[in-house]
Design a binder for this molecule. Structure first.
Ligand code: NAD
Length: 554
């Protein structure tokens, strides 16, 4: 097949193996699922989400990964270096079947400039978080986190609901596309400025966004009508945020909540400068990348200035994890960090309990398998009100993309307990094939990202990246199915290091032991990282669960 030919990836379904074991099979299916046109943003370029977050370096590398997974023995480990398979070594049955390292650069070289140079030479690949580690499950993967963030924002500022409020954001891409649904699930009205018409169409088609507006006036009229009637509504507004936000800030409208999810972490590929459409931006990007980056950076500065003005007028404003404040700060916007990041504002207490985005996918491809697991989790945690509400809403509102999957935030103890339940359901035949369990790298103990997950840590340890590296090591030692170490996810080159893990429930006793070890150590790292930083809730969680921390022992 020639490189230009249209490639369509779709994971095999059912209970027949195409490989020599269920962990290899899970890796194969999840790699293909990441690139399924229903899942990935630009599958032809192997781009899954988040700017240029890719699943494999090239189609040649993809084909070699598929070939290697099909022949990989149950005591072998495949090594992936930035999306390219580089070696297979004999290890042992409980070792990971795949180890991945994506986009890692020696710290002094950790800039977009060196990355792009290496990328042009075909030597590296940006893996984002779950793109290069083969556990992206479509926009659902981020919906619950987004829902929880807006719910906490509602609790802190609006009496527990977004009903009667308008949230303004930008960027309706792979993850940003979760915002409209997350806001309406919280009862509110949402306007999302998006420069690419096809992205809005994609969110409307998947049921994540309700309506499209062609002009600001039209969007504001629709939003106000819904807000005053107390009706939830989400609107994709076609336009450029770098133009529309300054216009909004200069006018009379002040949103109740303001954030942003353009891919501002990557000024070349993720942010469209003022004066450009998605199409004209594409042309300039190809023609003159340096000029493009300069224009994008100054537009980002204006964008953040407008956010600061609206914050000054009363909008509850926060950075949603795309490093937009840093980009503006570097352009001389000295007050860029006057609005907080979403983790210290809304998420950190959950991290202290080892809570984060736990996900699982049915390798059978049968939605019924996921519905059975929904029922099982509702039975397993009857007292967890948030979880009960989320799973019920998700069952009604979330359309599956690719292999049916579910996400929910579970903490220390809960993850291991539910892993066993899933393995038992596979063993008894209640589920028609094994289940793969994983998580985002955006989790309690798996990321160092000083402008995001580790912003303003109590002890100032924001930039210490020993923690995600230890997380990857302990998951490898505990026997995860595949483990990954990445750089630059979410916030771009130089700003984060993070680790991923995936583990497979195939119904065997061996899998039961691996699940117990991995799903204990992995969230345990989140508790430990926060207890070590001095968070009392984390220290209490460690004590209550008997997690051993030598420096905290009497
Ligand atoms: P994406 O690249 O798929 O989508 C970005 C969208 O922004 C695109 O649709 C693009 O057309 C649009 N856009 C770019 N410039 C614009 C402009 N000037 N005006 C209007 N629209 C514009 O990225 P994604 O997967 O949706 O992620 C978005 C950002 O959020 C990334 O920086 C990502 O790293 C970050 N992120 C957020 C979370 C979270 O929990 N919220 C988690 C991980 C990452």
């Amino acid at each position: 097949m020639s490189a230009n030919e249209e490639r369509i990836c779709r994971a095999p379904r059912g209970s027949t193996l195409n490989t020599k074991g269920w962990t290899q099979e899970a890796a194969l299916r999840m790699l293909m699922n990441n690139l399924d046109p229903d899942v990935a943003e630009h599958p032809q370029q192997l781009i899954v989400y988040g700017g240029i977050g890719k699943a494999a370096r090239s189609w040649e590398a993809y084909d070699a990964i598929v070939r290697s997974l099909k022949t990989l023995e149950n005591d072998e480990t495949l090594l992936i270096q930035s999306g390219k398979p580089v070696a297979v070594f004999r290890t042992h049955p409980d070792a990971p079947r795949v180890l991945l390292a994506n986009a890692n650069l020696v710290p002094a070289w950790a800039t977009w400039e060196s990355f792009h140079e290496l990328d042009r030479k075909g030597l590296i690949m940006y893996g984002q978080m779950t793109a290069g580690s083969w556990i992206y499950i479509g926009t659902q993967g981020i919906v619950q986190g987004t829902y929880e963030t807006f719910a906490e924002c509602a609790r802190q500022h609006f009496g527990g609901t977004l009903k009667g409020t308008i949230t303004l954001s930008s960027g309706l891409g792979g993850m940003g596309g979760a915002q409209p649904l997350a806001v309406t699930m919280n009862g509110g009205v949402f306007i999302g400025i998006e420069v690419d018409r096809t992205r809005i169409a994609k969110r409307i088609q998947s049921g994540y966004c309700d309506a499209v507006a062609e002009t600001l006036e039209e969007a504001l009229a629709m939003a106000e009508a819904a807000r005053s009637a107390g009706r939830p509504l989400s609107i994709g507004l076609l336009g450029n945020a770098a133009e529309l936000l300054p216009e909004i800030a200069a006018g009379g409208f002040v949103p109740h909540v303001l954030t942003d999810q353009t891919s501002a972490h990557d000024p070349l590929n993720g942010y469209v400068p003022a004066g450009f459409t998605a199409e004209t931006a594409r042309q300039l990007r190809g023609r003159d990348p340096q000029a493009y980056i300069a224009l994008a950076r100054s537009s980002i500065a204006r964008h953040v200035e407008a956010m600061l003005e609206l914050q000054g007028k009363g909008a509850v404003t926060f950075d949603y994890g795309n490093n937009i404040r840093q980009a503006a700060y570097d352009q001389g916007v000295s007050r860029a960090f006057d609005f907080p990041g979403f983790v210290p504002a809304y998420i950190r207490p959950q991290f202290c309990e080892g809570k984060g985005p736990f996900r699982w996918a049915a390798l059978s491809g049968d939605p019924e398998d996921i519905y059975k697991t929904d029922a099982a989790i509702l039975r397993a945690f009857p007292g967890n009100e948030g979880l009960q509400r989320w799973i019920t809403l998700a069952g009604q509102k979330i359309a599956f993309q690719g292999l049916p999957a579910r996400i929910c935030w579970l903490g220390y103890g809960e993850r291991a307990a539910f892993g066993k339940i899933l393995n038992d359901m596979v063993a008894s035949g209640e589920l028609s094939a094994p289940v793969v369990i994983g998580r985002d790298h955006l989790d309690a103990g798996s990321v160092a990202s000083p402008n995001r997950e580790t912003e303003r840590m109590l002890d100032g340890s924001d930039a210490v990246s020993d923690w995600p590296l230890l997380n990857a090591l302990v998951n490898t030692a505990a026997g995860a199915g595949w483990v990954s170490i990445h750089h630059g996810g979410g916030v771009g080159m130089g700003y984060s290091q993070h680790a991923g893990m995936v583990v497979v429930a195939d119904g065997t006793k061996e899998a039961e032991a691996r699940l117990e070890r991995v799903l204990t150590a992995d969230p345990g790292m989140g508790v430990v990282r926060h207890a070590d930083a001095g968070y009392p809730l984390a220290a209490e969680t460690a004590r209550a669960h008997g997690i051993r921390m030598p420096m905290l022992e009497p």
